[in-house]
Design a protein around this ligand. Structure first.
Ligand code: SF4
Length: 373
């Protein structure tokens, strides 16, 4: 994904805070605040667009928060702005994250008309007791009503699912029911990590969590999905381009309060403050150049999460030196002998083994210690 890039719009508005959520989002906002915010998003796109010059834009992603709070007009204006800037949405994966509680058919149809071609559904669980424990606004009945509407207009649908919480869940049954509502092509399964909040759902013990994860993995395997990244599964050809950009060290322009960008050719990262007022005033954007150590850590962290791993032959172009001039060859070969990493000297591909995927944090600590800069 050398020269590929993407655009990310962050919509940090949620009518109600989920009890497990640690992301930045606000729950009190008006229609006019959403409208102003949407205008600034598109103005920022226009004024920062040249940062992506020389790259090929392959993905546009609306994430949150709850992008389904934005009205039809916003997406129409987005499509107009994209066309004026020369972005060919037909060649991009254009994803919108959606809470199945929020939408109606006309809103969905409008998305399709505005160039959106992929939907990411915030399902998380398909059991009312678990959804209530999570503090989700969505119920099983909302999903039964609305998910088929997405399937009517879109054939590229993903869903987010959380495990590691909810006692005695029938994961297999939950997933069966979701797949009956829409023929999913992609699923992100996140392991719950409990925020420091009194009323947050309880974390299951390690055995129960591993069991739920295994049930998800087995279910998806039977559906023909493969695990292309630690938390992500898809049918062949439906790996998320947005995610792959992060993991393969592409460039992305993140716009919105709390959103971050990374431009590969300059090595510059930037980030908007978690402050909607500052964003609307077009203030609060800070830029910083990552140190070599930080860039290398990011490169290893992202690259080893994906099944295809990293190609150390491309390394010099990115970092100006050969891989083993900057990363200890001994540490890598020890991790290979211990069965955690797989290294093919001919192709230059370094990746985690199946066993290594379960111990990624420990592997990264060793690799980071072995960085020589
Ligand atoms: S919808 Fe998403 S961002 Fe909003 S509170 Fe729930 S988990 Fe957090």
């Amino acid at each position: 994904m050398n020269n590929f890039s993407g655009i990310y719009f962050h919509i940090p508005f949620c009518p109600k805070k989920c009890l497990y959520c640690d992301f930045f989002s606000v729950t009190k906002f008006s229609e006019s605040a959403l409208e102003n915010y949407g205008k600034v998003l598109l103005n920022e796109l226009k004024s920062r667009f040249n940062e992506l010059s020389g790259t090929k834009i392959v993905s546009v992603y609306f994430g949150g928060g709850s992008p389904s709070m934005m009205n039809e007009n916003f997406f129409q204006k987005f499509a107009e702005s994209a066309s004026k800037l020369g972005i060919n949405l037909g060649c991009c994966e254009v994803t919108v994250e959606v809470n199945p509680a929020d939408i109606g058919e006309s809103w969905i149809k409008n998305l399709k008309n505005c160039g959106v071609n992929r939907i990411s559904l915030g399902v998380q669980a398909f059991d009312d007791a678990v959804l209530a424990e999570m503090g989700r606004r969505t119920t099983v009945s909302d999903m039964q009503k609305n998910i088929p509407l997405f399937a009517k207009y879109f054939d590229n649908i993903s869903c987010d699912f959380i495990y590691g919480l909810g006692k005695n869940r029938e994961i297999n049954q939950e997933l069966t029911k979701v797949f009956e509502l829409a023929p999913l092509k992609h699923l992100s399964a996140y392991s719950y990590s409990r925020p420091e909040r009194k009323n947050a759902p309880q974390l299951l013990n390690e055995d129960e969590t591993l069991l739920q994860e295994k049930e998800i993995r087995d279910f998806l395997q039977k559906k023909g999905f493969s695990r292309y990244e630690i938390s992500n599964y898809s049918l062949k050809g439906f790996e998320s381009r947005h995610n792959m950009l992060y993991w393969t060290y592409g460039s992305w322009l993140g716009i919105g309060a709390g959103a971050a960008s990374f431009i590969r050719k300059t090595g510059v990262s930037s980030r908007y403050a978690d402050d909607i007022g500052a964003f609307i005033e077009s203030d609060g954007l800070s830029s910083f150049k990552l140190t070599l150590q930080e860039r290398l850590e990011e490169f290893l962290l992202m690259g080893l999460r994906v099944k295809i791993g990293i190609n150390i032959k491309d390394f010099k172009e990115l970092f100006g030196k050969n891989f083993f001039e900057l990363v200890s060859e001994k540490v890598v070969s020890d991790l290979v002998s211990e069965g955690f990493l797989d290294f093919d000297k001919v192709s230059g591909i370094l990746k985690c083994t199946e066993k290594g995927s379960d111990f990624l944090n420990a592997i990264l600590i060793k690799l980071f210690d072995g960085i020589k800069c």
